[in-house]
Ligand binder design. Structure first.
Ligand SMILES: [Mn+2]
Length: 421
């Protein structure tokens, strides 16, 4: 659990970055329709959640900084008896206040009038609000199928003296550095993911279908504790593993193939993102061993290089070079430049509220960043795809592998699988 006081601190830090006489308006979002009377599952805008601890659709946050004074307003949907009968209880203003630590909680139907009051400057004696900050994350859909850009256009038309600024990068700058509570959430998500992987290793059998194993992962976790997934589980055997985000796990698992899992549990809202590759028979063939070991050596090399000051781009160059050298030595390629044919993603990304957490790839890493270390090799013509992905915390001294407890050595995997076969 992230305590309410942490959300209060986050808003304080964000307001520090805002100009004086400005207001930031942030939206939780609204789910798009998927049929006549149904919507897609609602996923809260992560930046909104990060600042409020509120995951309910159609909520809105105002952060006001006027003559150096700070005011916060939160808006949640008004009580709707019919809606509650159909889709269940919603937050009361009191509950929203408790979760967020915001004193002024109003209802969403008041957003427009409150904003007008603020912008038209009815409270005499204060400087006029000159800047409006919006989070222009384009995926955030608002009620009535509006986007933040539509909101911006309407505001600038109605209040022509206003200057609009994007606050996205300011929030991202805060999100990139995790504190100990956030790291504990991530660690819990990773540890739960390991429980699922251990069950998978014991259950892989030729003749089973990929979807049976991805369902087993989900079921195992529910059986243990209520768990959401960070993203739809990737379960790809044989040549399917050469498609990075293999979407439909419908194939039968064949003896002698490898099987690649890219999966993770979301704990509260923090996402684990782990990849492991296992031999279906329980034993790697000599060629699979060679390719797997190149990826594993690269994964471990990158881990030793993660430290404050290095960038994700530089880490990727290290990974690419290591994979190329390994493949050249094994005779898998004739020239190092050929590696791009078999390794075509990046070695890592930030991790947090989102599986691909926003972050600046060219910015030097700092302590508190959490990134993935995930080299891979994909030989379509050999029917072999290998990815090994760990989740790593950047520390003052270097790094700490949060997923260090999830086995990845060849002999460890063969032992774990072989003990039951
Ligand atoms: Mn990843």
């Amino acid at each position: 659990m992230i305590p309410t006081k942490e959300f209060i601190k986050r808003r304080e830090r964000l307001v520090e970055r805002m100009d004086d006489n400005s207001v930031a308006v942030l939206y939780a979002g609204y789910p798009p329709k998927n049929s006549a009377d149904e919507t897609y599952d609602f996923v809260v805008n992560r930046n909104f959640y990060y600042l409020t601890n509120i995951k309910q659709e159609n909520s809105v946050l105002f952060l006001v900084k006027q003559d150096g004074l700070i005011k916060e307003y939160l808006f949640v949907s008004e009580f709707d008896e019919v809606k509650e009968k159909w889709t269940g209880k919603r937050l009361t203003t009191k509950e929203a206040e408790k979760l967020s630590g915001i004193q002024n909680v109003l209802t969403t139907n008041q957003v427009e009038s409150e904003l007008d009051l603020l912008l038209r400057k009815k409270n005499v004696g204060f400087a006029r609000i000159a800047t409006i900050y919006l989070d222009k994350e384009p995926e955030c859909l608002l009620e009535g199928f509006k986007t933040t850009e539509d909101v911006e256009k309407a505001l600038l038309a109605n209040y022509p003296w206003l200057k609009a600024k994007d606050i996205y990068n300011d929030i991202v700058a805060l999100r990139m550095i995790k504190n100990k509570d956030e790291i504990a959430e991530l660690q819990a998500a990773i540890d739960k993911t390991n429980i699922g992987l251990k069950t998978l290793m014991k259950s892989i059998k030729p003749g089973k279908f990929e979807y049976q194993l991805s369902s087993l992962f989900y079921y195992t976790l529910q059986d243990y504790d209520y768990s959401e997934l960070s993203f739809p589980t990737i379960c790809a055997s044989g040549v399917n593993a050469t498609t990075l985000h293999y979407p439909n796990p419908l194939s039968k698992i064949k003896d002698g193939d490898l099987i690649l899992f890219d999966l993770g549990v979301r704990n509260e809202v923090y996402c684990a993102d782990i990849s492991r590759t296992y031999p279906v028979s329980g034993k790697f063939s000599p060629l699979q061993k060679t390719i797997y070991q190149i990826v594993l050596d690269t994964n471990k090399l990158v881990l030793t290089k993660i430290k404050p000051g290095i960038t994700l781009v530089e880490l990727n160059n290290i990974a690419k070079e290591s994979l190329a050298k390994g493949c050249l030595k094994a005779g898998l390629i004739k020239d190092e430049s050929e590696i791009s044919k078999y390794y075509f993603h990046s070695v890592g990304h930030h991790l947090g509220l989102d599986t691909h957490d926003p972050g600046d790839r060219k910015a030097p890493l700092v302590a508190g960043n959490v990134i993935t270390d995930e080299p891979g090799l994909y030989f379509k013509e050999l029917g072999i795809g290998v990815r090994i992905e760990d989740d790593v915390l950047v520390t003052e001294e270097g790094s700490y592998c949060l997923s260090g407890g999830i086995i990845k050595e060849i002999d460890e995997i063969e032992k774990a699988m072989g003990s039951i076969k």
